[in-house]
Design a protein around this ligand. Sequence first.
Ligand SMILES: [Zn+2]
Ligand SMILES: [Zn+2]
Length: 93
Amino acid sequence: MSPERQPNPHPNPNPCPECEAGSIVERQGKTGKPFWACNRFPRCRFTSPFRPIPEACPLCSSPYLVEKTVRKILWAFCPNPSCTHQKRLTPFS
Ligand SMILES: [Zn+2]
Ligand SMILES: [Zn+2]
């Protein structure tokens, strides 16, 4: 009986895009800057400077997008540096 193979009874609100078993939590970096990492660290070494969202990129093979606020407007964009996908999450008012 491996605990990793059991279905999670609770839906994982922030699933880790790398291992899918862990969830993404906010951490404080050494410099005081927050970053996002998998709670299975060190077994999973996923980290991101932006909050990951469990939504696959429609343009490339990235399994997740990340959130970024620019001038109070929230955007989702692809973490792949060679991909230009982004979409606005804050509704137009
Ligand atoms: Zn993970
Ligand atoms: Zn992409």
